[in-house]
Design a protein around this ligand. Structure first.
Ligand code: ADP
Length: 492
């Protein structure tokens, strides 16, 4: 029940894209609607007022300029306004005049004292400046008749509002002048109605487009994901023969690539695991068969109870316990439960002690073991584990070395790093096998040589111990010439 509730909250790709796009459309339209419809009139009035104020301040700044007349005309054309500069208070002499709007207030009532007084007072009370937007009817009280155009055709409707700007200034000769500007703010109702209609059409078109885009996008995204999901379910059922389709956008193709690689790796791991079990069973069975066989013979046949037969049983038991120990080591090292007991260790001495173990082999079987080094070197390591590493590498070298039965251990010091190399003159390892020999139970030739040589876990143990120490290690090998297994440690 809870699971169902949780699932409900997850939207499909299609719904998510459609909802996101719809939100985007709604936000964009809301912004459009607010700026183009609701606040259009305010924005328009604000702009017009600003423009008129700006023109007035230019005129005031240039009040003594000899080209002021030209400047006023230019501003009148640019900002669509009428302008008048008169001496006031005083003789009401008109200094400059531009008459561009035939139904303007200032040119109809220019010498109307009450109006000039009214504007003068307003400006004076407001630091020399006055600007306002007023309906034309407001000027009736000063004798203005909006319907009387003295034969001129009115440019704007009777309900246009007047922008009046009055600035007081002083000329260089000390005279007071009044700069009066008049422009108009037209009603925007009709424009708003048109824009509203347009917005409705745009909304419908954009929502339909959002739906279409969401549909196409979601198909492009969800179809490949659905296919990948189907294949992933197969993979979950241990069917490694799957192929994730590389379709759709880049990220989904990359996901398919990763999953194909994962399936390949999983199938390898699965194969290795099966091989591992087969190998372990084989390796456990061989000594067990020997032990039980020899014990039965010794029990049933008088005279077979010989020390030689007894030695076989002892040897096989030792091999069994070494195999079990190695298996335990590998699993402990790989699971991370194995902790290192780090100490200052004389690595040169450690190598000497391991080589000593082979004394018998050297004197009886003609093996030659060389140790090349300059001086004793100390490192920080777990002694028991490092001895295991050296022992395993030397064991392999001895087992796989060539006719000359020679193994060389080299200790080289360079820039504070000691490199230990175990070199043999055997068959070598093919390049393709080199990265794989460190895997547990990997054998280069599929002949089960381990019954005679090792447990097949040696290099896996070496790798995990060296990884735990954080040291660099590797192998170089040449077919027919031999192999060189090496590892490095920082010198103390
Ligand atoms: P084992 O030696 O018991 O088979 P290891 O893990 O020690 O197991 O080695 C894995 C494989 O790597 C060996 O089976 C062998 O094929 C290869 N190998 C290891 N050391 C050498 C070497 N010195 N020369 C040639 N091949 C080697």
């Amino acid at each position: 029940m809870k699971k169902k509730e949780k699932q409900k909250r997850h939207l499909s790709i299609k719904s998510s894209i459609f909802i996101s796009m719809s939100v985007l459309v709604v936000v964009m339209l809301a912004i459009l609607w607010l700026t183009q419809s609701v606040f259009l009139s305010h924005i328009y009035r604000y702009t017009k007022k600003n423009e008129t104020e700006h023109a007035a301040s230019i005129i005031v700044d240039n009040i003594d300029n000899e080209n002021l007349s030209l400047l006023i005309e230019k501003l009148s054309v640019e900002y669509d306004l009428c302008a008048e500069v008169i001496r006031y208070p005083g003789d009401k002499e008109v200094l400059y005049d531009s008459h561009f709007l035939n139904d303007c207030i200032i040119h109809k009532l220019q010498f109307e004292d009450t109006l000039l007084d009214f504007w003068y007072d307003k400006a004076q009370n407001n630091g020399g400046k006055y600007i306002d937007i007023l309906p034309r009817d407001k000027f009736r009280e000063f004798g203005y008749d909006p319907d009387d155009f003295q034969g001129d055709v009115p440019k704007r409707g009777g309900d246009a509002n007047c922008v009046i700007s009055v600035n007081l200034a002083t000329t260089s000769d000390g005279g007071s002048v009044m700069v009066i500007l008049n422009s108009f703010v037209m009603p925007v109702d009709a424009t708003v109605r048109t824009i509203n209609l347009q917005l409705i059409v745009i909304t419908i078109v954009m929502l339909a487009s959002a739906f279409m885009i969401a549909y196409v996008l979601s198909r492009r995204l969800s179809l490949p994901i659905e296919k990948i999901n189907k294949e992933a379910k197969n993979l979950a059922c241990a069917n490694y023969d799957v192929a994730f389709p590389k379709e759709g956008p880049l990220e989904i193709r990359e996901l398919a690539d990763t999953l194909n690689h994962t399936a390949k790796e999983l199938s390898k791991v699965d194969a290795m695991q099966k091989e591992l079990i087969a190998n372990i069973s084989h390796d456990l069975r061989t000594p067990l068969t020997m032990i039980s066989g020899y014990s039965e013979v010794m029990r049933d046949i008088p005279g077979e109870n010989t020390p030689e037969n007894m030695q076989v049983i002892i040897d096989e038991t030792a091999r069994l316990s070494s195999l079990v120990n190695d298996l335990l080591d590998v699993s402990r090292l790989q699971s991370g439960t194995q902790k290192l007991n780090l100490k200052r260790l004389n690595i040169t001495e450690a190598i000497r002690s391991v080589i000593k173990r082979y004394d018998k082999l050297v004197s009886h079987n003609g093996y030659i073991i060389n140790f090349v080094y300059d001086e004793d070197v100390f490192i920080n390591a777990d002694e028991v584990r490092i001895l295991q590493v050296i022992y395993n590498l030397m064991n392999n070298a001895i087992n796989y070395t060539g006719e000359d039965k020679t193994v060389t251990v080299k200790q080289e010091v360079k820039e504070g790093i000691v490199r230990i190399s175990v070199i043999d003159t055997g068959e070598g390892i093919a390049e393709k096998d080199l990265p794989l020999i460190w895997d547990r139970y990997y054998k280069v030739d599929k002949v089960h040589k381990r019954a005679h040589i090792g447990t097949g876990l040696g290099l896996s143990i070496v790798k995990n111990i060296l990884l735990l120490h954080g040291s660099r290690f590797g192998v170089s090998s040449e077919i027919g010439k031999g192999s060189n297994f090496w590892f490095e440690f920082k010198i103390l």
